[in-house]
Ligand binder design. Structure first.
Ligand code: TPP
Ligand code: MG
Length: 584
């Protein structure tokens, strides 16, 4: 039987090992949907409620499985809706293929309906963006789109005019140059290794240093044993940018947890005091958290040679896969007997954990967000997949979710977009049936794509969604005050009854606003057989203060209050209570 262009597309994707596509229909992709219908036994279609969610779900799927994520949208508006999720994948280096429709091939450029040149629109977000011209073209294009996405760990795009999707191989003869079967569905993921001279140079710096810090990012997610072994050898703490949160367990004596505004004070202290820094698989962007110029000899391992020295002046750059490079480096690194730097970090970490515990067990009202995060952490399985959104919740997730076992954790790291966490969780739950999947989201981020609760119910994905409801775009409120020294403006949210909403979608819906009830309500939600939403009504005046607040930040804060911040008395009260708690 003659195969349509769409059949050839889907069959080639199956040959590439793709078994899931996230998307949303439209007449611009009807041909592709027909091919999906007739290939249901080989490929799953997960229908979402907004194309942005399809792109996020594909990104989450890629992040948690290490495989290609695929999303599908119709011509014009459908494709445009994908963009934010695709940029998220591009910014965090995830292989995602976007497939879109286009208008009739012979009406392109005539102001026809949905006549948007998505291949041109996607030129910035996609490393490869091509328009398929016929059935003889589709396999060549798909092969390159898949290989480019995997090889460059980025976004690629294929668009197919709607009528061409239905053309069959019988309708069209190949051009003479297009020899059948020349394009291979083979991808070899080998990476270069640094020379032994360069490895020795890096080892010499590590052997010469006495206060060594390891900044282990997402490139080390598959290198836990190697990172831990190195920390043990050099007697230096591992600092984790958020995308690298799952690199090592949080109860390891070798880590001081996160770094950055939502990181820990001991990580920042270690960074400020180190004489040698190893950056491994990280593009952690906040330059102010790196050592001062000239303070520390720096070694960087990165798979992408163009990123060497991106954030910090580097003395030795090692290009390659972090796990393999660390393995080659380890035998050259001497065991250090001086443990003082590590022990100091461990002492500080004890105090930090004590402080977090105190803040997480507060019983005063209104309910503190830390209490919710603290109780939630206790219910996480050792293989939970946790996705967080942007906002103050990212701080609570960063500080209270304690990585253990094979837990995975992600959020929109580099794009730092809102609304990613629920669709990431869709991607995770589809990829790993039976594993606990948890979404930590603010009320602002949740409302952006709240239709995706219906996706959870429709596809039977038992994701647990914990909404921190403070009726405000909290992060921006604090930024306006602490960074801008101005009172809050334009950030209050009209409250929504999320538990009732969840139930109206067919999911479990729970509410909690009492500290003493948090544990039991969360437990009920986790025991709920399908997807469930917990709306935790939390104090909007609890600031997500950095681990170490700078004098400038404190001044800005005070100035904003003096300029007539509407919540000033409640904020002052909350902040003072925090300080009192740290002292007693
Ligand atoms: C798409 C998008 N729009 C705006 C922002 C800016 N932004 C970052 S965090 C945030 C507030 C998030 O509010 P919410 O989800 O309620 O969480 P909260 O900070 O209150 O915990 C905003 C508006 C963003 N990062 N992404
Ligand atoms: Mg909020």
């Amino acid at each position: 039987m003659a195969r349509t262009t769409a059949d050839l597309l889907i069959e080639r994707l199956v040959e590439w090992g793709v078994d899931t596509i996230f998307g949303f229909p439209g007449d611009g992709v009807n041909g592709i949907f027909e091919a999906l219908r007739t290939h249901q036994d080989a490929i799953k279609f997960i229908q979402v409620r907004h194309e942005e969610a399809a792109a996020f779900a594909a990104c989450g799927y890629a992040k948690y499985t290490g495989r290609l994520g695929v999303c599908l949208a119709t011509s014009g508006p459908g494709g445009i809706h994908l963009l934010n999720g695709l940029y998220d994948a591009k910014c965090d280096g995830q292989p995602v293929l976007a497939i879109t429709g286009h208008t009739f091939h012979d009406l392109i450029g005539t102001h026809f309906q949905q006549d948007v040149d998505l291949d041109r629109l996607f030129m910035d977000v996609a490393a490869f963006s091509e328009r398929v011209m016929g059935p003889a073209h589709v396999i060549n294009v798909v092969d390159l789109a898949v290989k480019t996405a995997l090889a460059q760990r980025t976004v690629t795009h294929v668009t197919i005019p709607k009528d061409i999707q239905e053309w069959t191989s019988a309708d069209e003869s190949r051009s003479s140059g297009n020899v059948p079967g020349h394009s291979a569905d083979l991808f070899e993921a080998e990476h270069p290794m640094p020379s032994s001279a360069r490895l020795q140079k890096a080892a010499d710096l590590l052997n010469a240093g006495s206060r060594i810090v390891i900044l282990a990012g997402r490139g080390c997610l598959a290198a836990r044993a190697e990172v831990l072994e190195l920390a043990e050898k050099v007697g230096g703490p591992i600092l984790k940018p958020l995308l690298g949160k799952a690199v090592v367990p949080d109860d390891s004596p070798y880590t001081t947890g996160g770094i950055g505004l939502l990181g820990t004070a001991p990580s920042q202290d270690a960074m400020e005091e180190c004489d040698t820094l190893l950056i491994a698989g990280s593009s952690f962007p906040y330059l102010e958290f790196y050592p001062k110029r000239g303070q520390a000899k720096t070694i960087q391992i990165d798979i992408d040679a163009s990123r060497t020295g991106l954030r910090h002046a580097v003395d030795v750059g090692l290009v390659g896969d972090c796990r393999k490079v660390l393995r080659a480096l380890l035998p050259l690194v001497k065991q250090k007997s001086d443990r003082r730097f590590l022990e100091k970090a461990q002492e500080r970490m004890k105090k930090w954990n004590h402080l977090m515990e105190k803040r997480g067990t507060r019983t005063d009202l209104p309910l503190k967000p830390q209490v919710v995060a603290h109780e939630l952490n206790k219910l996480l399985a050792n293989d939970a997949i946790v996705s967080a959104d942007s906002g103050t919740i990212a701080t609570w997730a960063a500080r209270y979710v304690q990585i253990r076992g094979t837990m995975q954790f992600s959020l929109s790291g580099t794009l730092a977009t809102m609304a990613n966490s629920l669709p990431y969780s869709i991607g995770a739950a589809v990829a790993y049936p039976g594993r606990q999947v948890v979404c930590i989201v603010g009320d602002g981020g949740f409302t952006m794509l709240m239709g995706e609760v219906a996706t959870l119910v429709k596809h039977g994905l038992p994701v647990k969604v914990i909404i921190f409801k403070n009726n405000v775009l909290g992060m921006i409120k604090w930024e306006q005050m602490v960074l801008g020294a101005t009172p809050q403006f334009g950030v209050q949210l009209q409250p929504i009854d999320f538990a009732a909403y969840a139930r109206s979608c067919g999911a479990g819906g729970f509410t909690v606003d009492q500290p003493a009830e948090v544990a039991s309500v969360l437990r009920q939600a986790f025991a709920h057989p399908g997807p469930a939403i917990v709306e935790a009504v939390v104090d909007p005046n609890e600031p997500p203060l950095p681990g170490k607040i700078t004098t400038e930040q404190a001044w800005h804060f005070a100035e904003a209050l003096a300029k007539g911040e509407p919540d000033r008395w409640n904020i002052i009260k909350t902040v003072i209570e925090n300080k009192v708690r740290e002292v007693i």
